[in-house]
Write a protein that binds this ligand. Structure first.
Ligand code: C2O
Ligand code: CU
Length: 466
């Protein structure tokens, strides 16, 4: 694998607003927000405008897909049409969804075949920063561009240049700016950190200029990369006030930089002046400009201060008491330089070498290669549950639970530990973490690593709640 080298773009892309957005279809029933979204092959300039465009699979022909914006309490209805030549589904990451709308093929729905459509419709219980993405062969479909932002506002939505959504991705491109397809099933990637890219985009462009109001601005950062944990800081060195994690409000705290694992979201409030502030990506130790935030005069009348600025930090639900809770032990093993010698796969105990070479399986939960048929727990509706997850591998993992947010004493922001509510938790090698949640959403829910290649190679299972 090539060492990552982000190539600085000679050309800048000016985006007047941060996101391409489409108007919702007219709504006939009050309280229903309607969109129609089509997945199809499309091209986009990920690199400089004078370089070849990249062939991708996109929602509505743009990367990232169209901004879906709604209000808490509304129902969202998405008429989805699949114009790809492979089956796919849409998953609404972080939404405490109805199980049958969760978009997991072979678990919550039948995959949407080429030429077919499917209507997703579900209530929006929580305001926050979410995203949507394909959930069939995610290691390929996300890498080809099938994802977009979903923002649920709470009444007084600040808009425009005060509330900016930035979707970051880490593409692996070849010299002609095409996706590196030969490495899609690379065992090297699958057994190590996953598919790491060599090209960073924000909102589908290289180092774009994005207009921001001067004064406090809410930046909603979304990491749509297959596997890379990104890290951001402001070029001015100014502190960022973190107000929400994975959509859920947190007790605000300041940080000089913030790491964001695959699928995680972080909402920050930062103050911008009239000049240009670089948003720098620093995960490799080499700072590169991810986006250039261009301060614009504050039009206070049309853009109220971000809601979080005025202090709504009420969590969606309080951390439940875990006395008497159901504890589910999950022992994660596998990957390169790991200690997994053999594991159960389709009813047979097989050595890791054979699992890797014949089945592309490399990771296990509790001694078994995971899949949609691996039941991790069977919980009663309303039960308090603790996923006691032990990362007994040499790698970080971004562990994601569908349909719920969990409380975790996070070590992501320093050893001291910080109690946060989130849906994807980045675990360090050797770490054991308790993910605490109320099993209040019935159905079959995936629990998996969001590094797409790890998930495909066995790091996933199902929690049943009834
Ligand atoms: Cu982003 Cu299984 O999900
Ligand atoms: Cu992983």
């Amino acid at each position: 694998m090539k060492r990552r080298s982000f190539i600085k773009a000679g050309m800048r892309t000016m985006a007047m607003t941060a996101m391409a957005s489409v108007l919702p279809l007219p709504s006939h029933a009050s309280g229903v927000r309607r969109y129609a979204i089509t997945a199809a092959p499309a091209v986009q300039h990920l690199g400089p405008a004078d370089r070849p465009a990249t062939s991708l699979w996109l929602y509505d022909g743009i990367s990232p897909g169209p901004m879906i914006a709604a209000q808490r309490g509304e129902e969202l209805e998405i008429e989805f049409l699949n114009k790809l030549d492979v089956p796919t589904t849409m998953h609404w990451h972080g939404i405490r969804n109805l199980n049958e709308m969760d978009g997991v093929p072979d678990l919550t729905q039948v995959a949407v075949e080429p030429g077919e459509s499917f209507t997703y419709r579900f209530p929006l219980r929580d305001a926050g920063t979410f995203w949507y993405h394909a959930h069939n062969k995610g290691w390929e479909q996300l890498a080809r561009g099938l994802y977009g932002p979903l923002v649920v506002h709470d009444g007084d939505a600040a808009a425009g240049t005060r509330d900016i959504t930035l979707v970051a991705d880490d593409w692996r491109l070849d010299d002609t700016y095409q996706l590196h397809e030969d490495s899609f099933e690379s065992l090297m990637d699958w057994s190590h950190q996953g598919r790491l890219g060599n090209w960073l985009t924000v909102n589908g462009a290289t180092d774009p200029e994005i207009a921001v109001a001067s004064g406090p601005v809410r930046l909603r950062l979304i990491n749509a990369a297959n596997a890379r944990t990104l890290a951001f800081r402001l070029g001015t060195g100014a502190p960022m006030r973190i107000v929400a994690l994975d959509g859920a409000p947190c007790i605000p705290f300041d940080a000089d930089s913030i790491r964001i694992a695959s699928a995680q979201r972080v909402d920050i409030i930062a103050d911008f002046g009239r000049g240009v502030t670089l948003l720098e990506e620093i995960s490799t130790g080499d700072a590169i400009s991810a986006a250039r935030l261009v301060g614009a005069p504050d039009d206070a009348a049309s853009s109220p201060a971000p809601a979080a600025q005025t202090g709504d930090t009420t969590p969606w639900y309080v951390r439940p008491d875990i006395a008497g809770a159901r504890v589910i032990d999950i022992h994660m093993q596998g990957g390169a330089m790991g200690n997994l010698e053999s594991a159960m796969f389709e009813g047979e105990m097989l050595p890791l070498r054979q699992l890797a070479q014949e089945h592309s399986k490399l990771w296990a939960f509790n001694g078994a290669i995971g899949g949609y048929d691996q039941m991790l727990a069977d919980l009663a509706l309303g039960e308090v549950a603790v996923l006691r997850v032990r990362n007994d591998t040499r790698w970080e993992h971004a562990m994601h639970l569908h349909g719920h947010h969990f409380w975790v004493t996070s070590r992501e922001f320093g050893e001291a530990g910080r109690d946060v509510l989130r849906d994807t938790y980045l675990m360090a090698p050797g770490e054991t973490a308790d993910l605490v949640f109320v099993a209040d959403n019935p159905g079959l829910w995936l629990f998996h690593c969001h590094m797409m290649e790890h998930h495909a190679a066995g790091m996933g299972g199902v929690i049943s709640i009834s």
